[in-house]
Structure formats: structure tokens, C-alpha cells
Design a protein around this ligand. Structure first.
Ligand SMILES: Cc1cc2nc3c(=O)[nH]c(=O)nc-3n(C[C@H](O)[C@H](O)[C@H](O)COP(=O)(O)OP(=O)(O)OC[C@H]3O[C@@H](n4cnc5c(N)ncnc54)[C@H](O)[C@@H]3O)c2cc1C
Length: 474
């Protein structure tokens, strides 16, 4: 049913009465879309309610346009690396094709095609802000809708505004403005050296912006291994990016000259633009969670292994706090949809969720860091190898010089519990570790494999050998 055909269902007194569905999905980001597609495909009557654009953050302001920009930045860097490898060349950075490709990939931030896709699949799509009224009842745009099987909360998140003096008086960028930008600022201060901050910082630096990053933790990518942080800092320096770690922004002031960020302890950074990338908070407070016994003030919605949050309520995606990644949201959507359809599905398992930061070089990891493994009380062995020591890294030269492989093993069980890879194509290499960790492949078996020569994945063998005999034979 199209939006235009949407049934006017008022009773004689003009009171809006309920329209009935099997499933109501609130929020049509990648998680909500996955549930909607699968439950519609399974023959259920599905109502999808989306406040902004069907598709959510990933296709319009997240994964896809940011990787379009990363691709452009990496192309520039590779062109510069030609000197000494392939000859002389000159390339003049130009933002116009980047902005053009971002517009192309996002359809100029238009969700018509996505809406039509869901309608063709048989769902009803409604643009509006939804709120849960009670178990099985949702309100949007002054109408009530009922769901006989369940309500799925997939409302995602939005950027956090950090509590910095003066910040609300400043016209700062979030990932959204950074993705939509039609030109490159002469200078840019980035608050936060997590994946989003680093990817965007590197892109803008490569297109000529004078970029400084402020990070409160004592290394870049604080959620990842410190070895990665140290190596990425060297790479950022090569792009001319200044990184202040262990630094806290305490005041922000805007003037006609630009924006000044005052750091605790004294320094002041100045730039034309400020990008805030200090994390995201989940959209939970205004969706009526209290009406189904859930806490609207919680950081995330607690779910069981079938993504059930309360009687008749499922939650998927960023709101569940199981990892803010599209692949997690889609995976959860699959599990929740199976449950709604009464189908068997293995319980949700997050032991091997990969994380990739698409800087150049990429940083990819899965499972536990060394510290997390030690904190859980495991007997831990660590194997570290440098990308540049592998045949492929040595051949690759520029762009691979700072890479590192790090494997974390549970010595008693004889299996890997975590691993990280930094270097060209690290996001591809990590796939091998995802399989090894998820399937608990003994380290001894991993050392028996024949890794293709000379590839980046073969670097894992060096790190496995570094684990040595400390790991039980399995
Ligand atoms: C710059 C950036 C780069 C990223 N890069 C990657 C990457 O490379 N790989 C990766 O895996 N992940 C990446 N992510 C993360 C990824 O985008 C998210 O994990 C993913 O979009 C989460 O999907 P979701 O369905 O949970 O929520 P969202 O995509 O946030 O969608 C939630 C939807 O719910 C809607 N909504 C909210 N409240 C209501 C309401 N009351 N009623 C109706 N609708 C409502 C919102 O408008 C939104 O459209 C990136 C994120 C950013 C910001």
C-alpha cells in the first residue's frame, strides 16, 4: 500500500481508530529495514515508520558516503606514493568530484527508491515520528496502529554533543555536515579520535585542510589495541595532522575569525571549522519505552539472544548497545525477524564481531583486546608481527610501513579470543580471524594452514608463530 493510498480510518465521531498490522517497525535504518524485508517476505503485514530517511544513517551520512570520501582520499595518497615506485606525476586535489559522488550515492539525500523497494515488497511505509503507547500499540502522526505479533524498536542514534563550555553557541559540524560539505574548510579541528573522527580527519587533510585532532584518551582509537593507536598516530603525522592525546577541550569560542578550542591546561587551537565526533547516543528517550516497562533513560535497550526486549517488543541495531555497526544491525535484524516469523535461528552471538576503521592504512579487529582478555581472567599469550616484515608488506612499501598484526590467545583453551590487523586491506584480512574466533579453531590448526604467498593475510602466520608454544596444542 502506498502512502497516498493509506486508509483514512476515522469513525463517525472523527476519532482515529487503529489500523492493524502483524509487525510495526519503528526506525528504518539498516536494522529496521532488515526486519521489515524479512517479515514482509515471510507473509506478515508490516508497517514501517521512519522519522527521516528510509535507510537511516549508513547510506546517507555514515558508512557509504564516508567510504566514498575515504576512497577519494586514498586515491590521492596512492598517487603521491607513485614517486619512487612508478614515476613522477602531479595530481591536484579537487573536492567537486567527491561531493558529486556523495550526492550520487545518497540520491541527494532522497529515500524515494528505498521507500518504493519496501512498498514493492509489500510493506506499508509511513514517514513520521512513532511512539509506543502500550504493548502492541503505536502512535504516529496522530494515528494509532496495532501490531498483533510485535513492535520492533530500531531507532538508532545521533551524535553526542559533549559537555564543553560554549559548544551550544557554536555552529559545529557533526558527521552529517562533514558528509554533506560542498567545500573543504581551510582548517578543521576534530574532537574525538575514534573511527568516525579519524576517517573524516584524514580525508579532509588529504584534500588540503589543516587538521588538528583532540582526543581525551591517551591514544588514538581508544577502543582498540594501543599498538594500533601508536601506529595510526605516525600515519596521521605523515598526512600533516596534529593529534593531541590526553587532551580535554574545556571551552569553545566562535568569532568572525573562526572557532577556538581551549584545552584544559592551557593550549588553544584555532580553525575555520569544528567537527564533533565524540560518540553517539541512542534514540530512546522519546519513543514511549516506559509504556512497555522499559527504561527510556537507559543507555541502550537490553535484549535477549532473540532480540526480545519486553513482551511483544524486539529491539535491533545501535539501540541494543552490542556494537554500532551496520553488520551488527543487519545480523540482529535477521535473528529478530526469524523469531517474529516463528522460525528457528541460532541465538545471537557477539563473540566475533569485526570492527574496521577505514583509515589508510585500515585498522581491523575482532573479539577481545589483550587488556580485555586479561581483565576477564584468561591466561593470555600474545603474538605480534609487523606488516612491513611480511613479504607482501615489504613489497608494498609506502602505505604498509606502520602496519601490525596482533593476536590474543587463551593459552589453556588453545584458541584465539581476539585479533587486530593494521595495514592495507586489513578489513579483508580480518575475515580469517572472524572465522577462527567464532569457530574456536585451535591455534595449532591455524598454524597448519597454507596461507597464500605473498599476501597480507599471510602476515597472520608470522603472528601465529610469535604465539609460539605458549598455547596449548588444542
Ligand atoms: C560517519 C559514520 C560512518 C560509519 N561507518 C560505518 C562503517 O563503515 N561500517 C559499519 O558497519 N558501520 C558504520 N557506521 C555505523 C552505522 O551507520 C550504524 O551502526 C547503523 O546505521 C545503525 O543502524 P540502525 O538501524 O541501528 O540505526 P540508524 O541507521 O541510526 O537508523 C535509525 C532510524 O530510526 C529513525 N528514528 C529515530 N527515532 C524514530 C522515531 N521515534 N520514529 C520513527 N523513526 C525514528 C531515524 O530517523 C533513523 O533513520 C558509521 C556511522 C557513522 C556516523
Amino acid at each position: 500500500m502506498s502512502l497516498a493510498e493509506h486508509r483514512e480510518n476515522d469513525d463517525d465521531e472523527g476519532v482515529v481508530v487503529s489500523e492493524e498490522y502483524d509487525v510495526i517497525v519503528i526506525g528504518m535504518g539498516v536494522g529496521g529495514e532488515e526486519v521489515a524485508t524479512r517479515t514482509t517476505g515471510g507473509g506478515l503485514r508490516v508497517l514501517c515508520i521512519e522519522k527521516k530517511l528510509v535507510g537511516g544513517e549508513c547510506p546517507y551520512w555514515g558508512c557509504i558516503p564516508s567510504k566514498v570520501m575515504v576512497r577519494a582520499g586514498t586515491t590521492l595518497a596512492e598517487a603521491a606514493r607513485a614517486v619512487g615506485l612508478a614515476g613522477e606525476g602531479r595530481i591536484s586535489p579537487d573536492w567537486a568530484p567527491v561531493a558529486g559522488r556523495v550526492r550520487e550515492f545518497t540520491g541527494s539525500w532522497d529515500d524515494k527508491a528505498a521507500v518504493e523497494r519496501h512498498q514493492e515488497q509489500g510493506a506499508t511505509v509511513l514517514h513520521g515520528e512513532a511512539r509506543i503507547l502500550s504493548q502492541g500499540e503505536v502512535e504516529a502522526g496522530g494515528r494509532r496502529y496495532s501490531a498483533s505479533r510485535g513492535i520492533v524498536v530500531a531507532t538508532g542514534g545521533e551524535p553526542v554533543t559533549p559537555p564543553i563550555d560554549g559548544i551550544t553557541d557554536v555552529d559545529f559540524w557533526t558527521n552529517r555536515e562533514a558528509i554533506e560539505a560542498e567545500s573543504v574548510p581551510a582548517s578543521l579541528i576534530v574532537l574525538g579520535a575514534g573511527p568516525i573522527g579519524l576517517e573524516l580527519a584524514q580525508v579532509y587533510a588529504r584534500f588540503g585542510s589543516d587538521v588538528s585532532i583532540v582526543e581525551v584518551a591517551n591514544h588514538a582509537l581508544p577502543a582498540e589495541e594501543p599498538e594500533n593507536g601508536a601506529a595510526i598516530e605516525e600515519m596521521l603525522a605523515r598526512d600533516g595532522i596534529s593529534l593531541s592525546t590526553g587532551a580535554k577541550a574545556e571551552k569553545v569560542v566562535s568569532s568572525s575569525a573562526g572557532i577556538a578550542v581551549h584545552l584544559a591546561g592551557g593550549g588553544v587551537l584555532k580553525a575555520e571549522r569544528l567537527l564533533v565526533a565524540t560518540g553517539r547516543r541512542h534514540n530512546l528517550s522519546a519513543i514511549g519505552l516506559e509504556n512497555v516497562g522499559l527504561d527510556p533513560e537507559a543507555r541502550s535497550i537490553e535484549v535477549d539472544e532473540h532480540l526480545r526486549a519486553a513482551e511483544g517488543v524486539w529491539a535491533v541495531g545501535d539501540v541494543t548497545g552490542k556494537g554500532e555497526f551496520t553488520h551488527v544491525a543487519v545480523y540482529q535484524g535477521r535473528v529478530a525477524a526469524a523469531d517474529l516469523l516463528g522460525q528457528q535461528h541460532a541465538p545471537a552471538d557477539y563473540s566475533a564481531v569485526p570492527r574496521v576503521t577505514f583509515t589508510d592504512p585500515e585498522v581491523a579487529s575482532v573479539g577481545l583486546t589483550e587488556k580485555q582478555a586479561r581483565d576477564t581472567g584468561l591466561d593470555v599469550a600474545v603474538g605480534v608481527a609487523e606488516t612491513s616484515s611480511s613479504a607482501r608488506g615489504y613489497i608494498h612499501g609506502p602505505g604498509a610501513e606502520h602496519g601490525v598484526y596482533k593476536l590474543v590467545a587463551d593459552t589453556r583453551a588453545g584458541v584465539l579470543v581476539g585479533g587486530s590487523v593494521m595495514g592495507p586491506a586489513a578489513g579483508e584480512v580480518v575475515g580469517t580471524l572472524v572465522l577462527a574466533i567464532k569457530e574456536k579453531v585451535p591455534v595449532a590448526r591455524l598454524r597448519e594452514l597454507i596461507y597464500p604467498y605473498p599476501t597480507f593475510v599471510r602476515g597472520l602466520e608470522d603472528a601465529l608463530n610469535e604465539l609460539g608454544e605458549a598455547v596449548a596444542p588444542g
